[in-house]
Design a protein around this ligand. Structure first.
Ligand code: NAP
Length: 308
């Protein structure tokens, strides 16, 4: 096996993403050793039982001491406080990164606390599931997914390259963009879809004329595909909408205009407008499959209890 990219690494917050990084980094020999820290004794015990780290500690300060790579994997809203807490304990020359789903606010919240002798390279692996916690993680989560790095201006090029190399070892493709551009792209590809899913599922839950059991029973008509997204972690998503307010409001404004246009087409019985729109969106689905970001299998590849 080749020499690890980093001798020692610290993963703060071994939840879905943090524990997946630990599993993948170990599987690929990307790091020599992994120390993780979590605030709750239950999570620490679970991580120890799962055996996904070399050491599990109670404080973030202890975790980062001596680490060459530090990855902060907690909800976006607490990244600033964690940066402040770890700053005095970081090793000179360490690379400090994160996995937050919003990047502008992360740079604003974390960068001011970090000392000049470390390299801050924010990152967002665009991969995940609706599950949370250390049990939910798995080593293959990042395979053939994108990891976006958003280094602030003036970041040491070598550190960016090393972190890119780390993510590639974990199976991801790497792209570099500015934090603001990242936030606009993710507002439309991730944040708006989550808001729509949260809305639809909430609307269905509040109907008086259709019962909840009818909604469950007939959900295969499309509704259940939204429920997967709407089951995502409430704390994580609260933080994302608070942190990416401007970009989400921009995309939501456009979305509302498009809903109005479709509403008008339905009211006027304008079949041409509807089929033109649906034909365009079908092509986007094909583009996603061609890009290897989903399967073309019927019903999203769902198993229906029989093996063919
Ligand atoms: P998760 O499974 O819920 O894990 C979150 C981790 O953060 C846990 O270890 C938790 O510790 C810790 N934590 C939560 N609140 C904290 C607080 N107030 N102070 C200190 N630690 C705290 O979440 P996740 O899905 O891995 O998400 C982590 C980060 O990844 C978020 O920033 C999210 O935006 C980003 N992300 C998520 C996805 C996704 O699909 N889930 C995809 C890409 C990026 P305890 O176990 O002790 O509560």
């Amino acid at each position: 096996m080749t020499k690890p990219l980093f001798d020692t690494s610290a993963i703060i917050g071994p939840g879905l993403i943090g524990s997946s990084i630990a599993r993948a980094a170990r599987a690929q020999g990307a790091v020599g050793s992994i120390v993780t820290s979590s605030r709750s004794p239950e999570t620490r015990q679970r991580v120890a039982e799962l055996g996904i780290a070399d050491k599990v500690v109670a404080t973030n300060a202890e975790a980062v001491a001596g680490a060459d790579l530090v990855i902060v994997c907690v909800p976006v809203g607490v990244c600033g406080a964690v940066a402040k807490e770890i700053a005095p304990h970081l090793k000179a020359g360490a690379i400090v990164s994160d996995v937050g789903s919003v990047k502008g606010s992360i740079v604003r919240d974390m960068a001011p606390h970090l000392p000049d002798n470390v390299h801050f390279v924010p990152a967002h692996p665009v991969a995940g599931t609706e599950h949370s916690g250390p049990e939910a993680g798995f080593a293959e989560l990042f395979e053939n997914r994108w990891c976006i790095l958003t280094p602030p201006e003036g970041t040491d090029r070598e550190s960016v390259d090393r972190l890119a190399e780390f993510w590639r070892l974990l199976g991801a493709n790497v792209e570099i963009m500015t934090p603001d551009h990242h936030d606009l792209v993710l507002a439309v590809t991730s944040h708006l879809p989550h808001l729509i899913a949260y809305t639809i599922v909430g609307t269905a839950d509040e109907l008086e004329t259709v019962t909840r059991s009818e909604v469950f029973k007939f959900s295969a008509g499309g509704f259940r595909d939204f429920t997967r997204i709407a089951a995502s972690d409430p704390t994580m998503w609260r933080d994302i909408f608070l942190a990416n307010k401007d970009a989400v409001l921009e995309m939501l404004g456009r979305f509302n205009e498009d809903v109005s246009a479709l509403t008008k087409a339905i009211r006027r019985g304008d079949g041409d407008a509807l089929s033109e729109h649906f034909t365009r969106t079908r092509a986007i689905r094909r583009g996603i499959i061609d890009a290897g970001q989903d399967t073309a299998d019927a019903d999203f590849g769902r198993s229906h209890g029989h093996e063919d």
